[in-house]
Ligand binder design. Structure first.
Ligand code: SF4
Length: 180
C-alpha cells in the first residue's frame, strides 16, 4: 500500500511541500523499471541512477527502484497519496503488459524549460557560479555553457538536497550528461 514517509518544505514553491513516499515493490522491481517508464508519458528511465523521472504539471516525480518516490510542489498529503496510488496502478499494468511492451522503440525525451531549471536552483543570486543571477545560470546550463556543478551551494548546502535531486533527475531525463 502507498504510504507517506516524509513531508518536507519545497524550496521550488514555498506554498507547497516536497513529499517522499513509498510504493510496494517486488524483488524484480529494478528489471521492471523500463517497462514502468514506458507506460508513463514523457517519462525517462535512467539505468545508471536507477530512477524514472517525469513531470506532472509543475511537479517533478522521481520513482526509485526500491519503491521510494519523491515528489516536488505537492499541495497536501492527499494529493501525494493520489499520485502514489496512480503509480502503483501503472506498476501493476507494467507487470500485466510486460510481454506486449516494445522497449526498442525510442521514447521522446522530457523537454526542460529555463523556468523548470530555475525552480530547482537556490534562487539566491549569490554569483558563485560566475553569473549575476540564478536565471542567467539556468539559461547557460540549458545551452551547455555551464555545468550543473558550477552552482556550488546546490551541492554543498544540506538544505538544498531536495531541489538538487529534483534538478539532477530532471536534467538526466532530458538527456543531459554529468558526473556527480
Ligand atoms: S551559484 Fe547557484 S545559487 Fe548562486 S547565483 Fe549561481 S545558480 Fe544561483
Amino acid at each position: 500500500m502507498a504510504e507517506i514517509k516524509e513531508i518536507l518544505p519545497c524550496i521550488a514553491d514555498p506554498k507547497k511541500v516536497r513529499v517522499v513516499g513509498k510504493i510496494n515493490t517486488k524483488d524484480d522491481s529494478e528489471e521492471m523499471m523500463p517497462y514502468i517508464a514506458w507506460l508513463i508519458p514523457n517519462s525517462s528511465y535512467s539505468k545508471k541512477n536507477g530512477w524514472i523521472t517525469f513531470k506532472k504539471g509543475a511537479r517533478i516525480i522521481t520513482i526509485h527502484s526500491d519503491g521510494f518516490v519523491t515528489m516536488t510542489q505537492i499541495k497536501d498529503e492527499s494529493e501525494a497519496i493520489k499520485i502514489l496510488e496512480e503509480i502503483e496502478k501503472i506498476v501493476k499494468e507494467a507487470y500485466r503488459k510486460k510481454d506486449e511492451i516494445d522497449l526498442s522503440k525510442p521514447k521522446e525525451k522530457i523537454s526542460v524549460t529555463v523556468m523548470d531549471v530555475y525552480n530547482y536552483l537556490p534562487k539566491t543570486n549569490c554569483k558563485e557560479c560566475g553569473e549575476q543571477t540564478c536565471m542567467a545560470f539556468a539559461v547557460k546550463l540549458l545551452n551547455g555553457e555551464k555545468d550543473v556543478k558550477d552552482c556550488k551551494p546546490l551541492f554543498i548546502e544540506k538544505k538544498y538536497a531536495g531541489i538538487r535531486e529534483a534538478l539532477l533527475s530532471l536534467l538526466s531525463a532530458a538527456g543531459f550528461e554529468f558526473e556527480i
